[in-house]
Design a protein. Structure first.
Length: 287
């Protein structure tokens, strides 16, 4: 993604310097009960359908994403996984052929409402892409980029904290002003995560963030994702079912035609799915 495109992820501020999703802040009960009977829903879709011209990519999806959990989105190629992810922070707005029907709410607010600023939304819902996309800038400037485009104060402490949260600080603390392009692929991906969390989002979307990495770098990304749920809600698209089983709390299974076939706790999906098609997919009979 080029730098101008990345600005669509950066968000905006109101007159007080605080981020604003709509004309007033979205308020909600932020208490977390991920182990109990009433976890807090952060993202809710109701009858969500997406079309690219005449081709349907998502079909009537109803799904709740819960706070401070890892939700994995799995399914065969072309089943709408990435389309679903891009709906959550309105990246599909950038696709001229895309038509969205139904409802998608973030902390109770319909994000496709006329009064929602999509740039501000993307500040609260960050995104990390399949291939690392650091800017041709220093490590420090990459982390600070989102803050600067919002005219927010950048401090060494903020940059250090973001790099520590991304489990990268110890590896780069003595080279902050060298080019980010000199980092390894796994380090670049963790830098992109640091850049995403520097603006303090609520939700992190990850579109196959480890698919282009070696096994050691993949393991570091997976460990990081588990750590991030102490502060963030993570939604990850992955083709790697073993990865979904290792790191996610809940799993949504999409199949051809953009149908959400099943959504449940990950252990249930992989050990006792309710739908035979899910079992066939997980056991490799198709996909």
């Amino acid at each position: 993604m080029s730098e101008p495109d990345q600005e669509t992820q950066a968000g905006s501020t109101d007159e007080t310097g605080n981020s604003s999703l709509i004309e007033t802040h979205v308020t909600s009960d932020t208490s977390v009960d991920t182990q109990g009977e009433n976890p807090t829903s952060v993202v809710e879709t109701r009858n969500l359908s997406v079309y690219y011209d005449e081709e349907q990519a998502l079909d009537d999806v109803n799904l709740d994403i819960y706070e401070q959990e890892v939700t994995a989105i799995i399914g065969p190629s072309g089943c709408g996984k990435s389309t679903f992810l891009r709906c959550i922070n309105r990246m599909n707005d950038l696709v001229e052929a895309a038509t969205i029907e139904g409802e998608l709410r973030f902390r109770g607010t319909d994000i496709y409402g006329d009064n929602v600023d999509p740039v501000a939304l993307r500040r609260q819902i960050g995104m990390v892409f399949q291939h690392p996309n650091p800017f041709p800038k220093s490590i420090y400037d990459n982390v600070a980029y989102g803050l600067r485009v919002q005219d927010e104060t950048v401090t060494d402490e903020i940059v250090e904290t973001a790099l520590k949260r991304a489990a990268l600080w110890e590896e780069v603390k003595d080279q902050l002003h060298t080019s980010a392009l000199d980092l390894s692929g796994g380090q670049q991906q963790r830098l992109c995560i640091a850049r995403a969390i520097a603006v303090n989002p609520d939700v992190l979307l990850m579109d196959e963030p480890a698919s282009a990495l070696d096994p050691i770098a993949t393991s570091k990304i997976e460990d990081l994702i588990e750590d991030l749920t102490s502060e963030y809600t993570v939604i990850i698209v992955t083709h790697n079912m073993q990865q979904a089983a290792r790191i996610s709390d809940r799993t949504a299974v999409f199949l051809t035609g953009g149908e959400l076939v099943e959504f449940d706790h990950t252990t249930t999906i992989f050990e006792n799915p309710a739908d035979d098609r899910v079992e066939d997919y997980i056991t490799g009979k198709f996909g």
